[in-house]
Write a new protein. Structure first.
Length: 157
C-alpha cells in the first residue's frame, strides 16, 4: 500500500524560497515548476523579463528590416507581441468561440488629453489584432500601463 503525503501550497512555496538550487530543482520536479512561479505580472516588469519568460534572445528575435522611418515602429510592435505572449502564458484567443473574452489596452491619443496615454481596456473582437489580445482585463490594463512607451512606439509617429 502506497502512502500519500499532502502539503499545503504555501508551505511548499516557503520551502522553495528557502531552498538552495538543488532543493529548488527537487521541489520543482515533485510539484511542477508552475507551482513556484507566482503571478506573471510579478515576473514580467520589463521587456527583458518578457524575453526571459519565453526564453527568447532579443538579439536573435529582433526584426531584421531596413532602418527607415518605420523601423522603430516595427521593433516596438515586435516587443509588444513578445510581451503579450509572455503575459498570456500560452493562452491564444479563439475568435471562433463567439465570446467577448479577449481584452486589449485602449489608449487616448488626443493632444487635449496630454498626448498619448493609457485610458482603459476594452473587450470583444479586438481592433488591435489577435496577437495583442489578453486573456483578462487585468492583464490588458497591466500591459497598457506597464508598457505604455512600447505601445506608443508603434501606435504613433
Amino acid at each position: 500500500m502506497q502512502e500519500v503525503l499532502t502539503i499545503e501550497k504555501k508551505n511548499a512555496v516557503v520551502a522553495h524560497t528557502e531552498a538552495n538550487e538543488k532543493g529548488k530543482k527537487m521541489l520543482e520536479n515533485l510539484f511542477g515548476r508552475k507551482v513556484f512561479l507566482g503571478n506573471v505580472m510579478d515576473r514580467v516588469k520589463t521587456f527583458e523579463d518578457a524575453c526571459a519568460e519565453l526564453g527568447i534572445d532579443w538579439g536573435d528575435a529582433c526584426p531584421k528590416v531596413q532602418k527607415n522611418g518605420d523601423y522603430n515602429a516595427i521593433v516596438a510592435f515586435s516587443k509588444a507581441l513578445i510581451i503579450a505572449r509572455a503575459l498570456n502564458e500560452g493562452w491564444i484567443p479563439d475568435f471562433n468561440n463567439g465570446k467577448w473574452d479577449k481584452y486589449y489596452p485602449y489608449f487616448d491619443m488626443r493632444s487635449s488629453a496630454g498626448g498619448f496615454r493609457f485610458h482603459d481596456c476594452a473587450y470583444g473582437h479586438a481592433s488591435v489584432g489577435a496577437r495583442l489580445c489578453f486573456k483578462s482585463d487585468e492583464l490588458a490594463r497591466y500591459a497598457g500601463t506597464q508598457f505604455e512607451d512600447i505601445y506608443k512606439g508603434f501606435m504613433t509617429f
